[in-house]
Design a protein around this ligand. Structure first.
Ligand SMILES: Cc1ncc(COP(=O)(O)O)c(C=O)c1O
Length: 379
């Protein structure tokens, strides 16, 4: 059997349509989109088309879409951008976030804290859901931004963004959501969610790596991190990565078309996986009932995730422990600890993430191999 990729939450293989679109741009559109001549106009038109496709995917106004280099940059740009704006106006800056955010959010908040901001990390319950009362209580007169992820990268928990953003709207506090794991996989509408800013990344939805999006609703005060030529309406200077933007546009279009079918396919596979894992003695599941269809996090008491991961890898199955960016680290996951798992349980937890190209046969083979490996380790 060919090696089986079950790490879609870390990154997705690029869709053929996105790859072809990028190659065409690389070959045919040589102009700088800022140039006034025909070559420039052609490249600019390609960006405009992609921006519209991407805006459609999240139900946003194309004018509110800013291209970045990925999820990490988008998260940094909004959090630091709000902080620098407040600082430039000598205003205090309090940021509310949660304990289960990706390090791109947590580290950006820590950076602002080191420069004088105050940060509150709201706790989550045992399913990883942000506690609404604690969130409401954390909001203050000087809160400049709340940033809560839409879906968790380690356990797939979907946060109640609409309810949380409503609490912020009542108080005139801008609300950002890191939707890197959600966009392209579940329906996302910035209008329905009531968010003022949203981040996502091309390589998580079958688009290219190194391209991302920051949606910012008009009227939110944000200082740009990168200044220079004034591209992206002054929000993100630097010559645009035209092939990647076009590739992301193609991936976005495809995601919109195939989303419903994919959700059904993944839900089906996940149910099977769940039943197989439940049959392993001492196994436990991490995450909520309301979760991403492709994200599956579990552990087996007394068996380290590292060992499981290595043995599965030798057998040709790629899964991960903790978040991708921290993979290889022996530190227990901050997400699982925040959910109340013990360090031992956290170290025993593995993330299996399925995607567009995962087949039932692959899941059957994975489940069988997992049972064999657990038995061998126990013996
Ligand atoms: C929730 C979340 N936010 C941010 C990121 C960072 O995105 P990128 O890899 O595009 O920088 C990731 C990537 O794993 C993620 O899962």
């Amino acid at each position: 059997m060919k090696p089986v990729y079950l790490d879609y939450a870390a990154t997705t293989p690029m869709a053929e349509e996105a790859r072809i679109a990028m190659q065409e741009v690389e070959r045919d559109f040589i102009g700088n989109p800022s140039s006034v001549h025909a070559f420039g106009q052609e490249a600019r038109a390609a960006i405009r088309k992609a921006r519209m496709e991407i805006a459609d995917l999240i139900d946003a106004d194309p004018e509110d879409i800013f291209f970045t280099s990925g999820g990490t940059e988008s998260d940094n740009a909004i959090i630091k951008g709000v902080f620098f704006d407040r600082k430039s106006r000598s205003l205090p800056c309090h940021i509310v976030t949660s304990r289960v955010e990706h390090s791109a959010v947590l580290e950006a908040c820590a950076f602002c804290e080191s420069l004088g901001a105050e940060v509150t990390q709201v706790p989550v319950d045992s399913e990883g859901i942000v506690q609404k009362e604690a969130f409401a209580q954390s909001l203050r007169a000087d809160t400049a931004l709340a940033s809560i992820m839409l879906a968790n990268n380690e356990v797939g928990t979907i946060e109640p963004i609409r309810e949380l953003s409503a609490l912020c709207r009542e108080r005139n506090i801008p609300f950002h959501t890191d939707a890197v794991q959600a966009v392209g996989h579940i329906p996302v509408s910035v209008r329905e969610l009531g968010v003022d800013a949203l981040s996502f990344s091309g390589h998580k939805l079958y688009g290219p790596k190194g391209i991302g999006v920051l949606y910012i609703r008009k009227g939110v005060n944000v200082s740009p991190l990168l200044t220079g030529g004034g591209q992206e309406r002054g929000m993100r200077s630097g010559t645009e990565n035209v092939p990647a933007i076009v590739g992301l546009g193609a991936a976005a279009r495809l995601s919109r078309q195939s989303m419903q079918q994919e959700i059904e396919h993944l839900t089906d596979l996940q149910e099977y996986l769940k039943a197989s894992i439940a049959s392993i003695e001492g196994s436990f599941l991490n995450g909520a009932r309301t979760k991403l269809p492709g994200n599956f996090n579990f552990g087996v008491h007394g068996i380290s995730a590292e060992e499981l991961l290595m043995r599965l890898d030798l057998e040709g199955f790629a899964v991960s422990a903790g978040s991708a960016c921290n993979a290889g680290a022996v530190e227990p996951s901050h997400v699982l600890l925040a959910m109340g798992r013990t360090p031992e349980e956290a170290r025993a937890s593995v993330r299996v993430s399925l995607g567009r190209f995962t087949t039932k046969d692959e899941i059957l083979a994975f489940a069988a191999k997992l049972c064999d490996i657990v038995r061998e380790i126990r013996q």
